[in-house]
Design a protein around this ligand. Sequence first.
Ligand SMILES: [Zn+2]
Length: 143
Amino acid sequence: MMTKERERAVTMDETEQRWIADALERLSHSAFRAKFTLSERDRAYARDKGRDAIADHARDLLRKRVGDAEPRNDGRQTPWRGHPVFTAQHATATCCRGCIAKWHGIPKGRPLTDDEVARLADLVMAWIDRDLAAHPDDELRLF
Ligand SMILES: [Zn+2]
């Protein structure tokens, strides 16, 4: 998995990089989305586990919770806290199929493709990367 993730990071093409930058830009104009930040506990967890592991979690959580054509409890399936990916999902509007349809143009009522899951997970990871980079002090305080 680690190797696979690294390959993906290397092969992430310019179109996807632009899409992520554009999505983060659009989300920054939403007062609701922009207010989310990781807790210190989430940041410590993310740094301890490492990026590859968190990226695996992101793909797994997205596939299981929003990947089906009609996910269980759609609209309420993503907790507000408890894992950095959950918070990142609310911040990036990847929390439920309604938000994914509205913000990312992927229609409801059909399963997400592997490529869509990977792309949304990359968006979640870009948001987590940015939050961690914006809060380097947390790391220093741990040691
Ligand atoms: Zn939602």
